[in-house]
Design a protein around this ligand. Sequence first.
Ligand code: SAH
Ligand code: SF4
Length: 360
Amino acid sequence: MKPSIYGLTRQQLLDWVLEQGEQKFRADQIWDWLYTKRVQRFEEMSNLSKALLERLEDAFILNPLKQRIVQESADGTVKYLFELPDGMLIETVLMRQHYGLSVCVTTQVGCNIGCTFCASGLIKKQRDLNAGEIVSQIMLVQKYFDDRGLGERVSHVVVMGIGEPFDNYKNVLNFLRTVNDDKGLAIGARHITVSTSGLAHKIKEFANEGIQVNLAVSLHAPNNDLRSSIMKINRAFPLEKLFEAIDYYIKTTNRRVTFEYIMLNQVNDGIEQAEELAALLKNIKKLSYVNLIPYNPVTEHDQYSRSPRERVMAFYDTLKKNGINCVIRQEHGTDIDAACGQLRSNTMKKDAAKAAVAQA
Ligand code: SAH
Ligand code: SF4
């Protein structure tokens, strides 16, 4: 199976071009065809020699993903189900925000972190996506808009789909470098957010990359007991270790960190937890903010329900009173399978049901 050319960073493409005995500017031309003109076939790269085109065709494919399902919601959210070359399914979500088009990408097939509230964690990790498969998600969403001819561009990226990005670190980093590249898609680093469940050692490594993208940490609880009970990753990286890494990140990058906090009714959403959270963040008040996220119910996790509005507001007010920056996240695509991992798991269930019928 040939790799996708989207998996190469600009530097890697340049290395490949030079290995072919071609001149440096050929790499710039190819990069421009891929990301500015966004051709769908190598043969459209009309300023390359026939020999170079043949070598490209021999070495690479363009898009490794097949579009299986597209669901469009009334608020403009679009959910894509893509099939990988080995038949596995992943999902990508496009959200229409007031500031532009934002795409949420998947980084792994399934996830091994196993958070107790998450649909993705229901399926053990089958494999990592390679960089080409992650970049292609952006390319296919962009194509969906290019085909309409309205000139809309994907302007924001959130790495918050299925998978733990820091458990697939190298591929995610190459993906970030490619979409951020100013000669290509040129999605600004400040418009890119990577979300992690809290792999402390990787947060430190990320701090040293010199890439200005935003970091979000899925916190969801203000103390070790509660956090370990809903996120088993907390046993490996308890809050002391996590915050040591976060402090390092803030010191090194001088950038703000976002904390994600899913509001689970009667689990983590009391005033007491809000006070505890405020205390936990008191030393980094100016360099952090909290995103309160409505829980998206997952059938298999029926021990959880969504916090009612009054509890969310009381929690929010308590944080604010303590000087913590805080927002309540707006929801997208509630009329489609919007929760992380849901379109995929629902489609897999339907596929499994179909297979069972076919077998009977
Ligand atoms: N693995 C990374 C990134 C993917 S999950 C992480 O955990 O941060 C992206 C975000 O969606 C995380 O904050 C996660 O906690 C949240 N999430 C998972 N399941 C959810 C659900 N059922 N409802 C709302 N948010 C959910
Ligand atoms: Fe994995 Fe993130 Fe879901 Fe946890 S919340 S299981 S880390 S995808």
